[in-house]
Design a protein around this ligand. Structure first.
Ligand code: NAD
Length: 479
């Protein structure tokens, strides 16, 4: 059945019959599953106006009351967890188990941000003048825009919405046109809560229509974006017109360093998990390995074995899968072309290296590529698929130098039982995050932020929360 969805603006689902529509496909069988609006500037204006007028009243509420509304939303998500997971899987392609984790994590994240209600603290600063007090207040920015990618589409709604709302902002969310259905289902559940109209709005559409209208809107105070570097750059340019703030979570090419002192079984398992979870389409996951020469063969053999055992298929029709399809044909073609170029450049395909032999679905075989060099595209550009390139290095200094020589700077990891080596890596790796002897996966109370082209600003924890506030300094002179 093909469902037609409507934008959620000012607490109502609004029909826009004249609006162009976009088709949403299931990446596992290419079937049409929904039609969504490609919202033009007029609809975006309406949504921003609704968010603007709701914001004044929302800001005035004590934060603890705003937290109550957020908790109503998280409770709804938990009630509908299995259905929501199926929606995510159908349009995005991740396995059901991971989709359930995504819904659970989303609900927990909203609760976590709600817990900050009593801790959005300002400061009192000593003055140079007698009888004066200087207060530094944390205030909301106003209307925020959340522009989302397709890889963790449901969680990303919360990552933008929850910190925005608890700090007194309102929001207009634009989901990815690849995975909008989960966002409409989220909005339907929001509509069942007591959240005041206009505090949360959802408009769907393409980047070139809806995204552009939102990022260039003069009444939007902050654009919080997760997606590719190219789009992040376009958003910064558009935001420059009004000097709108931007928070950009962009791509990654995370290095994993494996030393001879590592537990190789742990390293292989953790790194393979990075390439198979969400079919390798995760910004923070290990995308390139630097392994010390003396253990390179053993490590590569272990990785090949684990990757070869990866089960993939249609996540709504087959049980016990590790991976679903890639999100779309563009993604599949990109992965295939990158592997071909690596082969042509002289890398050695140890496993996979071709499209999966299946009747339908954007599947690529789990692939391991050894003998990679620093100048190869496969070691420098984001792959976003189940492909692991491996380069052999002489030692830690070389590994760190190669890891840092990259336009991305989101996450990194090192596997070693040598505390001195681990601490050298912590001192010298130039990344927003480093994982030591564990898989790449951030915590909501941490801070997820990239260096270089991986972004500006960050999300999660207290530091992420504060990105949704601005400071107001008050000088109170008494007599
Ligand atoms: P994308 O940049 O193609 O699209 C993301 C969103 O931007 C979509 O909603 C799209 O419609 C919109 N958009 C496109 N052009 C626009 C424009 N000119 N103005 C405004 N909006 C526009 O990214 P994607 O393919 O959906 O996501 C994959 C990328 O996201 C990968 O590079 C991945 O690394 C990155 N990502 C990063 C993080 C992180 O936390 N750093 C998390 C998840 C994904």
């Amino acid at each position: 059945m093909v469902t037609k969805y409507s934008n959620y603006v000012n607490g109502a689902f609004i029909d826009a019959p004249s609006e162009a529509t976009i088709e949403v496909l299931n990446p596992a069988d290419h079937s049409l599953i929904a039609l969504i609006p490609d919202s033009a500037a007029g609809v975006v204006d309406e949504a921003v106006a609704a968010a603007r007028s709701a914001q004044r009243g929302w800001e005035k509420l004590p934060a603890i009351q705003r937290a109550g509304f957020l908790r109503q939303i998280s409770a709804k998500l938990r009630q509908h967890r299995d259905r929501l997971a199926e929606v995510i899987t159908r349009e995005q392609g991740k396995v059901l188990g991971l989709a359930k984790v995504e819904v659970d994590f989303t609900a927990d994240y909203i609760d976590y941000m709600a817990e900050w209600a009593r801790r959005i603290e300002g400061e009192v600063i000593p003055s140079d003048r007698p009888n004066e007090s200087i207060f530094l207040l944390r205030k909301p920015i106003g209307v925020t825009a959340g522009i989302l990618p397709w890889n963790f589409p449901f969680f990303l709604i919360a990552r933008k919405m929850a910190p925005a709302l608890i700090t007194g902002n309102t929001i207009v969310v634009k989901p990815s046109e690849e995975t909008p259905i989960n966002a409409f289902e989220f909005a339907k559940l929001v509509a069942e809560t007591d959240l005041p109209p206009g505090v949360f709005n959802l408009v769907s559409g393409r980047g070139a229509t809806t995204g552009v209208a939102l990022t260039g809107h003069p009444d939007v105070g902050l654009v919080s974006f997760t997606g590719s570097v190219a789009t992040g750059q376009a958003i910064m340019k558009a935001a420059a017109a009004n000097l709108t703030r931007v928070n950009l979570e962009l791509g990654g090419k995370a290095p994993a360093i494996v030393l001879a002192s590592a537990n190789l079984e742990l390293a292989a398992k953790s790194i393979v998990a990075s390439r198979t979870i969400n079919t390798g389409q995760v910004c923070n996951c290990a995308e390139r390995v630097y392994v010390e020469a003396s253990v390179a063969e053993e490590f590569t053999d272990r990785v090949v074995k684990l990757m070869a055992a990866t089960r993939y298929g249609d996540p709504l029709r087959e049980d016990g899968l590790d991976m679903g399809p890639l999100v779309n044909k563009i993604g599949l073609d990109k992965v295939a072309a990158m592997v071909e170029r690596a082969r042509a450049e002289g890398a050695e395909i140890r496993l996979g290296g071709k499209l999966a032999d299946r009747a339908a679905g954007f599947h690529y075989e789990p692939t391991v590529i050894a003998g990679c060099r620093a100048d190869m595209e496969i070691m420098r550009k984001e792959i976003f698929g189940p492909v692991l390139p491996i380069q052999t290095v002489g030692g830690l200094d070389e590994a760190i130098a190669l890891a840092n020589d990259c336009e991305y700077g989101l996450t990194s990891s090192i596997f070693t039982d040598d505390i001195n080596a681990a601490m050298q890596a912590v001192r010298e790796l130039s990344f927003g995050e480093t994982y030591i002897n564990r898989e790449h996966f951030e915590a909501m109370q941490g801070f997820h932020a990239g260096r270089r082209k991986s972004g500006i600003g960050g999300a999660d924890g207290r530091h992420g929360l504060m990105e949704y506030t601005e400071t107001h300094v008050v000088y109170l002179q008494t007599h």
